[in-house]
Design a binder for this molecule. Structure first.
Ligand code: EMZ
Length: 406
């Protein structure tokens, strides 16, 4: 069934009852990538040339002078968010040299997930959630595991109290999308109001949280403005949300259907780092991100006009057969894995350290606690980008988790 949203990025809900298919994430871009190297789609009358090959994706990502991120706020997101927000997300919608300056002041905070204490807190969150679900007859993975995990983990990144997570969980999987519409302004306003209030709170009563830290951050001899602080926080909330949730949910579907792979992780935790990278390559939770061309140019021989959009299709690049051997197979200990699931070049995901830590801890704890996962019901979430239909995750995934002990 197609859910009509009036927007170009839609979800199709399919009930899956064919055994062993839930962990399958096909490569919809293969033919177009091989034949032409590009795809085309319209998005709210602002068309996009999708760059599909690994080499071209990296080249265009690197070329910020030719393909900028600092367009109208929301325009480099697909579907475009220009109609639902004015706040510029920082550093995501900024180009060098300003981008470099922002990254420099933000980098150390976003590397905190490497600290032992942070990892321990993360591991406690994951263990507690899994223990709780192991007691249940059934688990709806997104609402009872992935979303709570993502939100609780975010309290660590923001260094706020764990109780805040309850509010964020109530917003659902995406802060700019709701079930009814793919671009929901009212929903977006809930996030903006929340952030505004938190900034007020941090001004009045500064603490050790990210809001307070940002309000005190100096950039080239001046303090960050309120709008800049807001822009960084909107990105922190919106950026790693559905992507992390999809990674966790999709991983469970994978291990449900590939129990031997779960055994492998249990027996040899030394592959967890490689397994994380491989699963994130295979799932590519963020399909693509846009750029705006600064001149009349061409990509793969296809004309791209000045001020028109291209997208860097990470999901396609990550299945490029000229780069990855057996690209459609999950090889948990894949040796050479130059995937671009977290982006490429200077705009590489700022939250990647946090996301990777969640993923790694999850893949470490899951096989220790869970012996078997049984899928009871699955509803796929399929995005539509022009003619391409791509499974990105699930709308619903009901499973039964079996404990390692019994
Ligand atoms: C934007 C984007 C960032 C956008 C790297 O991706 O993620 C999307 O989910 C948000 O809707 O606003 O933050």
């Amino acid at each position: 069934m197609l859910i009509g949203t009036g927007n170009k990025a839609l979800s199709i809900h399919l009930s899956t009852d064919i055994a062993m298919k839930d962990s399958l994430f096909q490569d919809t871009f293969e033919e177009a990538r091989k034949q032409k190297g590009i795809g085309q789609m319209n998005d709210q009358d602002d068309p996009i040339v999708m760059v599909l090959r690994h080499k071209d994706v990296r080249k265009c990502a690197f070329n910020w002078k030719g393909f900028k991120s600092e367009a109208k706020p929301g325009r480099i997101v697909v579907p475009s968010e220009v109609n639902i927000r004015d706040t510029r997300q920082i550093p995501f919608e900024i180009d060098p040299p300003n981008h470099t300056a922002y990254r420099k002041v933000l980098e150390s905070w976003f590397k905190r997930p490497l600290q032992e204490e942070y990892k321990n807190s993360l591991s406690a969150i994951i263990s507690e959630l899994l223990d709780e679900q192991l007691k249940q007859e059934a688990t709806e993975v997104i609402s009872e595991l992935s979303l709570p995990l993502q939100s609780k983990a975010l309290t660590l990144l923001l260094n706020t109290s764990m109780e805040e997570a309850e509010t964020w969980i109530s917003w659902g999987v995406h802060v700019f999308r709701s079930e009814a519409t793919a671009l929901d302004k009212d929903k977006a306003n809930i996030l903006y109001d929340y952030i505004e209030k938190e900034i007020d709170r941090a001004i009045e009563k500064p603490g050790k949280d990210l809001y307070s830290v940002l309000l005190n951050t100096e950039l080239e001899g001046r303090k960050l403005s309120r709008e800049e602080v807001k822009g960084i926080l909107v990105l922190t909330f919106a950026g790693g949300r559905d992507t992390v949730i999809n990674f966790l949910t999709n991983s469970l579907s994978y291990f449900a259907e590939k129990p031997k792979m779960l055994d492998w992780l249990r027996k040899d935790p030394s592959i967890i780092g490689k397994a994380t990278e491989e699963l994130v390559r295979y799932f590519s939770p963020l399909t693509h991100i846009g750029r705006v061309s600064t001149s009349d140019t061409a990509v793969c021989g296809h004309e791209v006009k000045s001020d028109s959009r291209i997208s860097l299709c990470w999901a396609s690049a990550n299945r490029d057969e000229t780069v990855f051997e057996n690209p459609n197979e999950v090889i948990l200990d894949r040796k050479v894995n130059p995937h671009v699931a977290f982006g490429f070049s200077h705009h590489k995901c700022l939250g990647a350290t946090h996301a990777r830590q969640i993923m790694k801890e999850f893949l470490r704890i899951l096989p220790r606690k869970v012996s078997k996962i049984e899928i009871l019901e699955a509803e796929e979430n399929i995005e539509e980008w022009g003619d391409f239909k791509r499974k990105v995750g699930f709308e619903k995934l009901n499973v039964k988790l079996y404990s390692q002990q019994g």
